[in-house]
Write a protein that binds this ligand. Structure first.
Ligand SMILES: NC(=O)c1ccc[n+]([C@@H]2O[C@H](COP(=O)([O-])OP(=O)(O)OC[C@H]3O[C@@H](n4cnc5c(N)ncnc54)[C@H](O)[C@@H]3O)[C@@H](O)[C@H]2O)c1
Length: 419
């Protein structure tokens, strides 16, 4: 199906008077948003393959960290590559938007969050490109890599036409999971989309440095493909969480049932375990898809209610067995996923907020998180808390000794008690 936003393939050209004199051979790739969770691993991977990479980012702390050889956040395997590519001189970070000027390829991976009304900010990507527009030059390849609302690639194409820039545009979504980036960047097939043959060829050549398989789609198909990827995962987690609540309310152990369902039964082998489904992507991308479909996405919206409702369910169930108002509750794990330091949209914080109304005291611990001043040491939490909840299944919580009740919806310890 043709996209309603389809634009003419030939872009308007600048007049010779407007034309700048770039040195497009100086830098292979500039990544806008290059010190973020997606931009940095991507830049490291390209630099590790010998490309000359500049990470442009408006966060000066993250830029300084990268240039000092430190990671602004944890990502397994990234620190070693950062050391190697800095030594080789193939990567550096900058807060200077003018760095965009000499790059053959410019990749945009800024964050694309939803607003307080759960709607995507359709202007975020255009704004970021607009901010560097005076440094973009004819002949560049611009790759959009943020997860976007369908039609944003077309808007970017139109923006560049309006700016009278002859820049090739491709949409090449990122599909790595945090914590797996330095492996998955080399293993996952890369979706490449563009309305221009030349942009397709250039984006293919660029990503062949990493991926051994390229999958071609139209831009709007690729935008939906990325949203479908995350939404599918979010719905699967919601299914598991609903089934968990069902079994639990019936006094049965979901994990025991799941083990039986999935045992040597490939058709159900992807039934996930229960647990907090959170983080910066799955919820917001499900909401992006709902907004795209005029808010008509019952399955997605039901998934939000189930996944976001799990902390409330947990506390409501605990209130049936404990007088929380007398107890100190310890929350183990504040990051949104195991072995991560990323607290963005973590449901551990929702659990903490609910418990602060209900319990005498709430203590929190996380072995990886560095940005939360309220965290206490694990020993102190294990000593002072009357009741323990594993909110994030960090492996460090698998084996600690305690006589206190441990609420373990992840089934990390097996001997945990049901909620
Ligand atoms: N985090 C993930 O696991 C993941 C996976 C796949 C796709 N994505 C998508 O990738 C995109 C980026 O996500 P993220 O998690 O890396 O976000 P992030 O917040 O970690 O990184 C974004 C970076 O962009 C920088 N930035 C913001 N505005 C800028 C501007 N105008 N100019 C230059 N730099 C700017 C920020 O300082 C930050 O360092 C989002 O669209 C997200 O949905 C994320």
């Amino acid at each position: 199906m043709r996209c309603p936003h389809a634009l003419p393939r030939r872009l308007a050209r600048r007049s010779d008077l407007d034309r700048k004199e770039p040195n497009l051979s100086a830098v292979d790739v500039v990544i806008i948003g290059g010190c973020g969770h997606v931009g940095l691993p991507l830049g490291l991977a390209f630099a590790d393959r010998g490309l000359n990479v500049v990470l442009y980012d408006i966060n000066p702390n993250a830029v300084d960290a990268v240039n000092d050889g430190r990671l602004p956040f944890a990502e397994p395997g990234a620190l070693e590559i950062l050391g190697a590519v800095r030594a080789a001189g193939t990567l550096h970070a900058s807060t200077d938007p003018a760095t965009v000027r000499d790059a053959a390829s410019v990749i945009v991976v800024i964050g694309t969050p939803i607003d307080n009304h759960l709607n995507p900010d359709l202007g975020a990507v255009q704004q970021a490109i607009g901010d560097v527009a005076t440094h973009l030059v004819d002949g560049q390849l611009l790759v959009l890599r943020s997860t976007v609302y369908p039609g944003v690639t077309a808007m970017v194409e139109q923006l560049l036409v309006n700016l009278r820039l002859d820049v090739d545009v491709a949409f090449c979504p990122e599909r790595i999971a945090e914590g797996q980036a330095m492996r998955e960047l080399y293993e996952l097939p890369q979706i490449v989309a563009s309305r221009s043959k030349r942009a397709l060829e250039r984006a293919t050549k660029l990503f062949r440095n990493l991926a051994h398989e390229i999958v071609y789609l139209e831009p709007e198909e690729a935008e939906l493909a990325k949203l479908f990827t995350n939404t599918w995962r979010y719905i699967k987690f919601a299914t598991a969480n609903q089934l968990f609540m069902m079994a639990n309310d019936f006094g049965l152990d979901y994990e025991r049932i799941r083990a039986a369902v999935t045992y040597q039964y490939p058709r159900a082998s992807d039934l996930p375990g229960a647990g907090f489904a959170a983080g910066p992507c799955l919820f917001k991308d499900t909401m992006q898809l709902a907004a795209f479909n005029n808010n008509n996405f019952h399955l997605g919206q039901a998934s939000v209610m189930i996944n976001e409702g799990l902390p409330l369910y947990l506390v409501a169930r605990l209130e049936q067995s404990f007088d929380l108002s007398d107890l100190t509750v310890g929350i183990l794990g504040m990051a949104f996923k195991a072995e991560s330091d990323d607290i963005r949209s973590s449901l551990s914080y929702k659990l903490k907020r609910i418990l602060r109304f209900k319990a005498a005291r709430v203590l929190t611990h996380d072995p990886y998180v560095t940005v939360d001043p309220d965290l206490v040491a694990l020993d102190a939490l294990l000593t002072e808390a009357d009741l323990l909840i594993i909110a994030t299944p960090h492996s460090v919580y698998r084996d600690f000794e305690t006589t206190k009740p441990v609420i373990d919806i992840w089934n990390l310890r097996e001997q945990g008690v049901r909620a």
